[in-house]
Ligand binder design. Structure first.
Ligand code: SF4
Length: 249
């Protein structure tokens, strides 16, 4: 059985989901390529939390020819200093925090929390994000959480899982750090209705996975989708040219 994580839910519940991509990633367990931006995000998170999200590797940026730090790494180091100071000064207790916490409930729903820490005297789940978007970017960035359904689902999933396992409701914080030094702190709490909705989404995800499997994990390629697909290097069904959009006028 595949564990239901928030990233799997986000993939499967996307109206454009390609079942074959789900199979490559979650059944065949093939690794996706790490983009440079993703790597910078992993390095930032590792340096800020002091622990890698991967059990197997510590993320590293390439060094200069003579072994010195590259400019992107110097920029990240500076941002880590800013982030650490802001979080500490605002009341996050790094001393007692648990980093990179993996959780799994008895129904096969899983999560990977960046940090569980006391903040202003109350325990909370904290997620750190590195972004190269602008502070007020509503469409690709973090200026409006309402436009980020995947992130809202992530927060709901982790709050629910923590409650399933520990029987306590914790607030969820996104600490968003922009490359240029800006910071957003977004607090999420849930309602009974939103948790019911999340349970329903988990059920829909399970039903869709069963259907995908029954139908043989059918590839559903399209030029736009394949171009952005994180499993493209493993796929033999990639669509490399766009479809013709037709109108009778
Ligand atoms: S490259 Fe295209 S067809 Fe292949 S898994 Fe990705 S979306 Fe599906």
């Amino acid at each position: 059985m595949i564990n239901i994580s928030q990233s799997l839910m986000n993939l499967v519940l996307d109206a454009q989901c390609c079942p074959y991509a789900v199979k490559l990633n979650y059944v065949d367990r093939l690794k996706s390529e790490t983009t440079e931006l993703m790597l910078r995000g992993h390095v930032f998170e590792y340096k800020l939390l002091g622990k890698s999200s991967s059990d197997k590797e510590i993320p590293e940026l390439p060094r200069l020819m003579k072994g010195g730090l590259s400019q992107p790494e110097k920029d990240i180091d500076l941002l880590v200093q800013i982030a650490r100071a802001a979080m500490t000064n605002m009341g996050v207790d790094f001393e007692t925090a648990q980093m990179q916490v993996k959780i799994l409930n008895d129904k096969g729903e899983s999560g990977h929390l960046d940090m569980v820490a006391n903040f202003k005297g109350r325990k909370g789940i904290h997620d750190v994000k590195y972004t190269e978007t602008k502070y007020d970017d509503r469409w690709n960035g973090w200026a409006d959480l309402e436009l980020k359904p995947d992130s809202k689902r992530q927060a709901r999933h982790y709050i629910k899982l923590w409650h399933d396992i520990h029987d306590e409701w914790l607030p969820y914080y996104f600490w968003v750090f922009g490359k240029s030094g800006w910071i957003r702190l977004i607090k999420c709490t849930v309602t009974e209705e939103s948790i019911d909705m999340h349970e329903e989404e988990i059920k829909v995800t399970r039903d869709l996975l069963k259907r995908f499997e029954r139908e043989g994990w059918k590839p559903l390629p399209s030029y736009e989708k394949c171009k952005a697909c994180y499993m493209i290097e493993h796929c033999k069904y990639v669509q490399t040219l766009p479809d013709i959009e037709q109108y009778i006028i």
